[in-house]
Design a protein around this ligand. Structure first.
Ligand code: FAD
Length: 484
């Protein structure tokens, strides 16, 4: 039989479930990637993620071509995949299309539409697990219900892996023969970014490259730091985390590889590996939350939190703009937003601090922050982003309680004690002392003058007062105590 592998967010050849399954079950396999107009048309013309995907697809094309010289590699289309996939399947006369399952509501809708069309023509869509270790029905409570709290989920998740490693997917030895020659008229090179309607970003300057070799390089770089992850991960000026989020997002690394590498270190007694493995479990946790409770994409996980009255109107819009542009007057928040705006990455500690600031200092709906992160994070994933935002807003499953309000100055003093991170992103504050840099408004006028900092001129005065904001938030959330 003949099969078509439809690559989406699994842009690699190594340990790729859909490719391995197709290669094991078909005599002839074709491969396709669609630059999907339904997604791309809504993005800004400069988008680091599109450039990342572009790099990853180029490498995939080369790798598939090298595996089966003369086969033509990957078919690359620029189209609406709901039409393009069934058309291509018909054109190639395959019996089945293979793809990695995607759990986001929009992707599920797309896949249902493709499946219906394929079925009506007597073909199948075979969706396989690839981007998670366990799917939404694989780790359940004893009552057969999804977990809403991380700690017992994590325990059950680890127990389910047990003493084993996670099984990976090898390609068959005869892969060169299985990858079928692409009909000549479908031979395609990867369209240029500009022909897709996009412009180059600063991705290359940042040293970021899409593709499985870049993913592997980053992974190798992290493996030797993994043991220190537990201590280093909370300090944004340190190279503590793996920076693999974007590679996980687009499948240029395999989650099974990562988990197996971490397990190996955990079993050798590494504390750092154990903390990192727990983060990978958080990733699965939020995937299963989204898959089991898709309403969270628009609503609070705890329904009563949908009744919170957020700030609105012009003043709220102005505060939101100040937050987005890093002009709140709180250096740690502004430096975090500058990191996001300049690089598409934000350190996890800062996602919590900046997120909490939007919700609990500015009184703005967490969905506003969620939307901004969704358009700016390279590693944006609906499940983790939504989970993270509902955590800071206290509306999520296993979120921080609403009365826990991060003090941005204390967070800054604790996690960026010498202001190294702040100085990197807010050079206008670089001359302030390690003490004053966290709260320039509280510095002595002489110190500000000596450091060349003019509040309201080259750095904003704080847009809100911490103590007042805290009181407002406790009042805003106060009805929850009464109701419940
Ligand atoms: P590492 O610290 O090296 O962690 C390794 C991997 O574990 C990450 O790449 C990620 O896949 C996973 N992971 C780590 N922490 C979490 C977590 N709390 N929840 C779920 N998965 C986790 N993560 C995203 O992948 N996409 C998002 O859109 C996203 N949005 C967030 C929004 C907010 C408000 C918050 C508080 C957190 C968000 N996170 C998101 C989680 C976390 O901040 C990032 O995964 C992490 O900072 C990515 O950097 P890294 O790859 O260097 O992570």
């Amino acid at each position: 039989s003949k099969g078509l592998v439809w690559f989406r967010r699994d842009l690699r050849t190594q340990d790729n479930s859909a490719l391995a399954l197709a290669a094991a079950s078909c005599e002839a396999v074709y491969c396709v990637f669609v630059f999907d107009k339904a997604i791309l048309n809504h993005l800004p013309r400069q988008d680091r993620r599109v450039e990342f995907i572009h790099g990853a697809v180029s490498e995939l094309h080369t790798r598939l071509g090298a595996m089966a010289p003369g086969s033509g590699g990957l078919i690359v289309l620029h189209a609406d995949s709901v039409d393009a996939i069934p058309e291509l399947a018909a054109r190639l006369d395959v019996q089945a299309v293979f793809a990695a399952r995607d759990y986001e509501p929009a992707a599920l809708e797309r896949d249902t539409a493709v499946q219906q069309q394929l079925l009506s023509e007597g073909r199948q869509l075979k969706l396989v697990k690839d981007q998670v270790i366990f799917e939404e029905r694989e780790v359940l409570t004893q009552m057969g219900k999804p977990y809403g709290v991380f700690t017992p989920y994590h325990r059950a998740w680890l127990a389910r892996i047990g003493a084993n490693t996670v099984a990976q997917h090898q390609l068959p030895e005869n892969i060169a023969a299985v990858l079928a020659p692409v009909p000549h008229e479908l031979h395609s090179s990867v369209p240029s970014l500009s022909s897709l309607g996009f412009e180059e970003t600063n991705l290359q300057t940042l040293g970021m490259h899409g593709g499985e070799s870049a993913g592997q390089t980053l992974l190798n770089d992290f493996v030797v730091r993994m043991d220190r992850y537990g201590e280093a991960r909370d300090y944004p000026s340190l190279k503590g985390p793996s920076y693999l989020g974007v590679h996980l997002r687009f499948g240029t690394v395999s989650i099974r590889d990562l988990v197996n590498l971490a397990l190996e270190r955990v079993r050798a007694g590494s504390q750092g590996a154990s903390v990192w493995l727990a983060e990978l479990a958080w990733r699965d946790f939020y995937f299963q939350i989204l898959a089991n409770f898709p309403r969270v994409a628009r609503h609070a996980f705890k329904p009563e939190y949908d009744h919170i009255q957020w700030e609105s109107g012009e003043h709220a819009e102005a505060l939101y703009a100040a937050w987005c542009e890093g002009r709140t007057g709180y250096p740690i928040v502004d430096a975090a937003m500058a990191q996001l705006n300049q690089t598409g990455y934000m350190h996890n500690r800062l996602r919590m601090v900046a997120g909490s600031f939007l919700v609990k200092h500015l009184g703005l709906d967490w969905r506003w922050g969620e939307r901004y992160f969704a358009t700016h994070l390279n590693d944006f994933d609906l499940s983790a982003n939504n989970g993270g935002w509902q955590w800071v807003a206290s509306s999520g499953c296993d979120a921080q309680p609403y009365f826990r309000i991060f003090n941005p100055v204390t967070q800054s003093e604790r996690f960026d004690a010498q202001g190294k991170f702040i100085r990197r992103y807010l050079p206008q504050l670089a001359g302030l002392s390690d003490k004053a840099i966290h709260a320039p408004w509280a510095a002595k006028p002489m110190e500000l003058l000596a450091a060349g900092v003019e509040l309201g001129v080259n750095y904003p005065a704080p847009v809100v007062d911490h103590a007042q904001a805290r009181e407002r938030t406790l009042a805003r959330y106060g009805f929850l105590k009464k109701s419940g």
